[in-house]
Design a protein. Structure first.
Length: 267
């Protein structure tokens, strides 16, 4: 049997996690990642027993019997290539929805990230919206984080600002950007609030903290953050010096041409 860390979904996760560290987005042990396995990917674990069972702080019955690849708490993204079984692990949401079993990784007594409630709740919200969405990423993208200090706490203003910075933005996230004022991280409460936003948006900014992104693939979820980060960087480096920006008519024209259903409430 192929080693778990050589399976395609783990290899792709390691690559993106390393890229986020190299981008300077996940300092120390910041950031976290989760990926819901497909039925085919989960087959290798179906007849195994968990090495440990842990309790959840909420009822995740919607995801019962699903396996999830997730980063471990307290781990440094910079180590993911050298020590994947320490930085990552595979857990299963058990039948009662209130416990998880650990099946791979989480070496040296590790356990899922403290933001695991936020990840699972966001998975539930996105799956209800689109059953293909299986990836959630949380990272501290530099310019996106800076944006939360510079703009009003208003989703429409944030969305319009980013749409106007870069041609691809209204096509990549036509529903707009969700935003949460500062909250204590690592709690079920911030997970619930983020998941509520993800009923509408695929990407949510945490004020003065970072960003949450969801997608149908690792590339899609990561690419969404890249697009927002690029637009945020353009905004930051052109502050006070911009001579022009993409207008609403051009945004409408773009979305019509690419057959994207833009959120007209943001225009």
């Amino acid at each position: 049997m192929k080693k778990i860390e050589k399976m395609r979904f783990v290899v792709d996760a390691i690559d993106v996690i390393d890229k986020m560290y190299m981008n300077g987005w996940d300092e120390r042990n910041g950031g976290n990642f989760s990926y819901l396995l497909t039925e085919e990917e989960a087959k290798v674990f179906q007849k195994k027993k968990p090495s440990r069972v842990l309790e959840l702080s909420f009822d995740a019955s919607y995801l019962k019997n699903r396996f999830v690849l997730v980063t471990a708490t307290g781990q440094f993204f910079r180590n993911v290539k050298k020590y994947p079984e320490e930085v990552l692990g595979i857990a299963k949401i058990l039948e009662d929805g209130k416990h998880i079993g650990l099946y791979w990784g989480f070496k040296n007594g590790g356990r899922p990230t403290s933001e695991f409630p936020s990840h699972l709740l966001c998975h539930i919200a996105r799956l209800k919206k689109d059953s293909s969405q299986r990836v959630v990423i949380h990272t501290h993208a530099t310019y996106t984080l800076a944006l939360t200090f510079l703009l009003p706490e208003d989703e429409r203003i944030i969305t319009r600002t980013l749409w106007k910075m870069c041609t691809e933005c209204s096509i990549v996230f036509p529903e707009g950007i969700g935003y949460l004022p500062w909250e204590l991280c690592g709690t079920t409460k911030i997970g619930e609030d983020t998941a509520k936003k993800m009923e509408t948006f695929k990407i949510v900014l945490w004020s003065m903290h970072g960003v949450y992104s969801a997608g149908s693939s690792i590339n899609e979820a990561f690419g969404l953050i890249e697009t927002v980060e690029k637009a945020a960087k353009i905004y930051c480096i052109t502050m006070g010096n911009r001579q022009r920006e993409i207008d609403d008519e051009s945004i409408k024209e773009l979305c019509d041409f690419f057959r994207v259903d833009v959120n007209k409430a943001m225009l």
